[in-house]
Every structure is written in structure tokens, then in C-alpha cells.
Design a protein around this ligand. Sequence first.
Ligand code: ADP
Length: 805
Amino acid sequence: GKGTTQAGHTQKSKSTNANIQRALKKTAQELEELRKNLPIWSKKADIRWALRNNDVLLLNGETGSGKSTQTPQFLYNEPWCKKQTVKITNEEGREEDVSVGGMIAITEPRRVAAITLARRVAMEMGSYLGKEKTPGSVGYSVRFDSVTPLGMKIKFVTEGMLLQEMLRDPHLRQYSAVIVDEIHERSVDVDLIAGFLRQLVHGSKKGRGGIPLKVVIMSATMDLGGLETFFAKPGFHFKYKPGKNHGQDLFGVLDHLKSKNAQGDSGSGSSPSSSPGSGSTEAYSSWEGISSSDESDSKDKEKTPITNGSRVKDITGDSPSMEDIKESRIGLFDGDVAESGVAVEYVEGRQHDVKVWYETKPSADYLHNVLQTILRLHISEPLPGDILAFLTGQEEIETLQAQLEQYASQLTKAVPRMKIMPLYGSLSAQAQQEVFEKVKETRTRKVVLATNIAETSVTVSGVRFVIDCGKSKVKQYRPRLGMESLLAKPISKTSAIQRAGRAGREAPGKCYRIYTPEDFARLEADQLPEILRSDVVEAVLKMKARGVDDVLSFPLMDSPDVVAMEKALVQLHSMGAIDDHGTLTETGKNISAFPLPAAFGRVLVAAAESDCVLEAIDVISCLTTDSEIFIQAKSEADQESIEEHRKDLQHRQGDILTYLNTMQRYAAENSNRNDWCKKRLVSVRAMKMALAIRKQLRQICHKQKLLAEMPPQDPQPVDPISEERAEVVIKSFLKAFAIKTAVLGPDGAYYTSVGRNIIAIHPSSVMFGKKVEAIMFLDHVFTAKSYAKKVSFIQANWIVGALGI
Ligand code: ADP
């Protein structure tokens, strides 16, 4: 009867469960062998001891040494990492019981890193990353996606998500510790996090019932001197010179090299701030005759072997070896209580020799040179030895991938096969996972084409050859235009050194810099932190929303100048986010409730006022996915066929309404959504993500009372949007994007409303080639000229009102 079937069923699922448990345990045991071999493993006791005695630990170690995966596991069983119930006095002055601690948060600059690391650590701990609310020790929380199992101890979060959590829980009561990973990337968010953590460590602990929060700051490249000063107890005086100069003091090695080799001082010496990295050209020439000359024959004739090549040890002549640093630190912190309140630990990486080669003359087309170098290496170098090439962005990577694949298909049997793998931030976690692993196929060479995420944040196994194009895309604020844009810029010396280092993780390697030694000498020592390069409106709003009244005196590692901060306050005021006293308004609160750029939050608030929130959400969901939802055409013929395919989506008034059409039709589709996407050359993955974003934005809008009731479940049939409604939607966007508008001039060119600069419509827009009286654009790029992207038609007289003039 019924009873027996059920019992049988339960029994069966019990045994499946037991099998799964056994398999998980076995995997964890196998992984433990690998973990024990990681360089950080030998520091386990030191790390624990340091945090038992201090609240702050700075941890420096090479990429791949095990910081991200092991540190949280070393700590979650520590005596201070327990959930406790404490009495605190609440706002009304009454005592109440709250629980504090028990979890460790670890921040990552990128969502994919947070997810892959969570999976990896779960596996190492013999649990698995299940669904929401099933038991498990590891979870993650990234924008629009989270897995937070019951009994979670370790939670990987993006920097933005930790800031978002601080809105609800300013004292971070859930956590016993926060680990900040990859602080060297110095995003605006990580700088804000550092400021807030410093306040939590040194401020009143009343909000946590007196229980301290432990903070671990991890870096692969940064000079920790500055961080040590930043986190030191207030009023503590260093006996040595801390900060940036402190770093320099440590680098006696470098000074030594410099003085030994004054004649090599070609250009780089002119840089006044000779922090680590600036002395490296000298360093090269001072290590003569170390390497053999065998590589400098035949194939490398066209390159300049730098004094017969040099070793990474030389490269790190500009950043000192761990030994040098440690020696200079003896007595400052010996593993017990640090006088400054800040403990410091260094993990020694494994680094083999890397020879560096340069171009003899500047190249007009570096992509071509990268291609040539890859092919030459592939044909001439024996296996094993994978190739890692650093490029600037997805487009470039895809172009090169296509070219390489063509060559690869023509290779003769005598040459090994080539497996070409792209690697950039918006790639799926699964695709990124592949680069961790050794190639499974025999006689095959892995060729990884990566952005700067492979510099420090992703470990690519098997690499012996690095090709460095010398550039990366960075966000740059253009005050003249009042906007930010992504530009391909020369990298810093620190980055160049870091890139070269990737070749020597497992064996001696080679690095080919697709630029000249003179170019190298001209590189800045370090990249400016993002907060000094970007529009600080977002940062100021984030501070305000988290209760910082006086943003000008908020502790930041590098403060933007006062003028920029004040300008940001003015802008927030004109947005209606703060009032005349600088206090956050309802609008400001609403804007900061969204895990979105402030401008999109502003759009949603405006949309609520004119009752088109659902439409605005549909558009914004499509705009905030990791990668573009519209797959780009590779050729003109492609473009024509795309237009044919997307006819039913494209709106003649521009991209905003095209996105709206796309989301509405996609959500209304009730047969096969994947086919629907493929037919229209729309990215399946991006659309899935957009749909998840849409769901969350609807929930947040509902919670914030911007949306009276939740709409019915999909699929719902839709009607094409009416003229009047289309206008309302566009005007909601204009509330936030008024400064990104341009008017058609008598000469047929578009002139920006702010600054009167010429801007052209990008070919990716449905408005490409059209002349209308005025346009609004949500995005723009600067290549050979200035391009507007995500363009919509507007009426010129709307701009005046929206700009508030
Ligand atoms: P770090 O933070 O110091 O860069 P990690 O803790 O991220 O180091 O990684 C340590 C080692 O674990 C790496 O060398 C890498 O090979 C391995 N590893 C990390 N994540 C994964 C993963 N998702 N899959 C396979 N190996 C991984």
C-alpha cells in the first residue's frame, strides 16, 4: 500500500543522500592534499595567532598562494568566531538581546570570482553549494543572485553587496570577521569598505555589544605600509616612516641596484614618486649574463633580448622579495600583539625565473604582433607550456580568437593542437573554471586570451609564456564632459611586473612585452586608485546612505579633492537625493536601495512618479547584465542579416524602446525562449540574467513602495507600446541622463548639451545614421572619435526642463 511505497522512497533517498555525502567527503579529502601544498598552508598558525591577538591583519601573498580559498577556512573555527547573544541599548534607549558574529564575509571585486570561490571552498569543506535554505557552510551573495545556506559560516560577497548589507546592518552584526580580498585593485567600493571597517574597528563597539570585528586585508601586490598606517590605532606613532615612503625605505634593494647602475637611468628616473616599480629598467640591465643565450638565436632575432634576458628576481628588484621585506620588519611585529594594532603577514609565493623580451620598435598594430608572437611560440616551443596573452577587452579578444582559430585549423599534424580560450570578467563561471584546469587533450597547447583579470584574480594553470600588450581598459572621469568612459590606457609598472610573473608559477618562463623598453620606462609606477579617476557622486551617495554626515572627513586611503566632493554634493542635491542641509531625502534613500548605478535608481524613482515603473525596470534589466544582450555583428553583411532578424524588436525611436520591446516579447514568449533568442541573435545567457534582475528590481520597487502591487507571473501577452507611454518612459530616463544629451547642429553633426562637443551615434545603435533634432545616450565610448551608445530620440525642448536651467 501507500505506506510501504513512502517508506521505500524515504529509504532510497536516504541512501542516495548517504552516497552524496560520501562522494563529497572523498572529494574534500583529495583536495586537502592539494591545499596542504599551497604556500599559505605554512602560515596557518601564524594567521590564527595574529588574529587572536589583534583585530586587524594585513596579508600579502602572490596570486595562487591560497589567500582567498584558505584564509576563511583557517578562521571559521577560531574561538572569536562564535555567534553570541549580547545586550545592547536600542534607539529608544531600551535594552535588547541581539546576536552578534558567527560568520565570515569575504569580499571580491567581481561576481564570477565570488561564485567560483564559494563553489571551490564548499567543495574543499566537503559540503556543496546547494540551494537557498538547505544546510551548508559556504554561500555567496552577488548582485541579483545569492545562495545563503542554513548554518552558513563563510560568505563570499562582491564589494557592492557588502556595502548594500551595511545599509541594513551598519555594525555588520552577522559577522565575526570581514576579509577584504584583492584590495590592490582599489575600486571605489573597496576604498569605501576600508573606510567603514576602520570606523568599526576603532569606533565605539556599542552597536556590536562590545564584540570586536576582526578585519583581514589581503593583497597580491600592494605595499602594505600605507594600509598599516590607515588601520593603525588612532594616535599611534610609527617609529619608522610608514605609508608610501615606508615602502620605499624598505626597498633598499632597489636603491642599491639604482646606484650600481646609474647609467641605465633612462627616463624612468625622472618620475618623482619612485615607489616600487619605477626602477626596473635599471634593474634589467644590471643583471647581465644570468641567462643562457640559447633563446636569442633565430626566432627571437627581431626582438631585443634584454641583456640576454633577465629573471623575475630582477623584475621584482623593483618590488622587493618577501625576504627583504620580512627582514626589514623584524621587531615591528613578531607574531604577538602589534603595537599599532595591526598585524602583518607575508606569504611567500613560488616564483621561477622569467625572461623578458621587448619589441625593438614601437608597433602600430599590437594586436597583429600579439598574433605573430603566439604563432611563433606555438610552433617553436615544446610542450608543456601554455600561453597567456593580456589584451584590453572582450572585442579585441574575440577578434584575435577568430583569427587564431583560423590558423589553428590549418596547422599540420607535425605541430601540436591549439586550444584557444577567452577569459574576461563577463564570461560565465563555467568558462572561467576551465582556465583553472590543465588541458585534458593530449598534444594540445592552451592559449588563453585574457583581460587584466588574469593579472591577479584568476589563476591560469600551466602557463609558461606570457604576452603583454601593455594596455588595459580603465574607467576615466572626463570632467570637461561631465562623464566617465572606459579607455584603453598603458598599464602601470606594477601591472607589467605582475603580468610577467604569471609565466613563472610552475616552471621557468618567458614574457614578451609588445612594447619597447623605452615604453616600459615611461609607465607610471602604480595605477591611480579608481576613486581619484572617477565621478565621486556614487561614492558620496553611498557614504550618505550609510550615515556619514560629514563626507569630507570620512577616512579614505586616498581622498578625492574637496572640489570634486563638493561638486558631487551639488549634483546629488540637483537630483533630489539630498536636501539643503545635506541630509539624505526619501528619493536619496530610494536610489540607494537599488544595487544599481545611482542614475538608474533615479530613473526608477522618476518612473514611479509617472507610473511606468514596470517599463523602466524592463529596460534597466537589459542594460545591467554582465554582457550585452544583443550579439554584435562581425561584418556588414552580418549587420544586414541581424536587422532582418530583429525587425520585430527594433524601435525607430531608439535603443531604450528596443530594449523594452525585447524584454517584453521575451517574457511573453511561452514556447522555447532559447530558440526565440537564437533566432534574433540575442544572448541566451544575458537574457536569463536580465530576467532575474527584473524579478529582483520588481521586488525592491515593491518594498520601497514605488510599485503598488506585484504584476502577474509571466508569460503575459503584451501590446506594442503607445506613443504617449513611450514618451513617458523616455522622459523618466531623461530625469537622470539630461547631461547625456546632444542636439543636431546645422552642419548635421550632434553637439553635446554640456560642453558642445561633437559626438557621433555608434554603429551598434538602432539610431545609427539617423538625423533627428536631439538624442539622449546612456553610454559612450571614445575610440578614434567620440561615440554615443544606447541612443534614443528626444525633443530638444525636453532637455531644458530636464537640465533644470
Ligand atoms: P589566491 O587568493 O592567493 O590567489 P586562491 O586561494 O584563489 O589563491 O587559489 C589557490 C589555488 O587553488 C590556486 O592555485 C588554484 O590553482 C586553486 N583553485 C582556486 N580556485 C579553484 C577552482 N575554482 N578550481 C580549481 N582550482 C582552484
